[in-house]
Design a protein around this ligand. Sequence first.
Ligand code: TXA
Ligand code: MG
Length: 317
Amino acid sequence: MISKNIQLAKKVLESDGIIGFPTETVYGLAGNIYSDVAIQKIYSTKKRPSFNPLIVHIKGIEDLEKIAKEIPEKAKILAKEFWPGPLTMILKKQPTISDIISAGKETVAVRIPNHPIALELLKSIDFPLAAPSANPFGSISPTSALHVDGYFGDELEIILDGGVCQAGLESTIVGFNGNDIIIYRLGAISVEDIEAVVGKVFTLNNNDDSPDAPGMLSKHYAPNTSLIFSADIEKEIKENQGKKIGLLLFDKPIENKNIKYQFILSSSSCLKEAASKLYETLHELDKLGLDVIIAKRFPDIELGRTINDKLERASKK
Ligand code: TXA
Ligand code: MG
């Protein structure tokens, strides 16, 4: 049930249940971090492999030390700059964080979401929330309560409605290695914005073999319709002649009257706007009964890099 009733959400969470809840990035599937029953429900509902750890959501910086220890100086600087907001940090975990949440790792992922309803909910309960994105494993992340309802409507007592997610992309995940900062997942905060605060960072080459980032499987964020991702879409259009094609484009349509479905993510060429509409548009395209979606590579800067990363994974077979 989609509802704005925070009290009901609180009640479900306090009795080992899980809920859909809004954040500024994407909707999450949330449960009490101290309830193993709730955490197991998250994994089973999402059909998520148990080797893929969850993000802990806290209400404020005062809760960080209950979750993580030995917090590096640079993490404190990043927290000050970007929290509450779409930055997740991988830190050494406190022993009270269960191995189910961290998938047996010595580290834990943590962030403070920047969404009024998420924060109000977190302040009303006396435990943080573990929450992966509220989509079945591998599919497109939800950016509205309706998306979550489409995925898990019957299984959730409540999906807390917080409107359309303003960032529309997952949080950027960073980890620390000595004095170095490593980007584990590109997300709603650009690498450029992070480097402006802490200097040069390293980007992990995410793939299935990467032991540090179990969740960064190469196929992810995928619509059911097959998706081709290319810098040369004219060529792809030719090769797919006769098929029902939908195009996903940055700022302008292409001249081809045969292609009726052309989705422009930002006619003013704003990467942030494009990022916020990416998943919503993929959900839309997926409903059109197309034979193929052809997405054009975005400029490889700022949030264009994040968009390209997601589309690359969405295109994997
Ligand atoms: O924006 C977001 O981050 C959303 C909202 C709901 O907060 N959540 C989200 O969670 O995207 P999820 O579970 O879909 O992605 C979390 C990613 C996974 O790829 C997981 O592998 C990684 O974080 N992760 C979690 N804990 C980790 C750890 N200790 N070490 C390395 N990666 C970790
Ligand atoms: Mg996810």
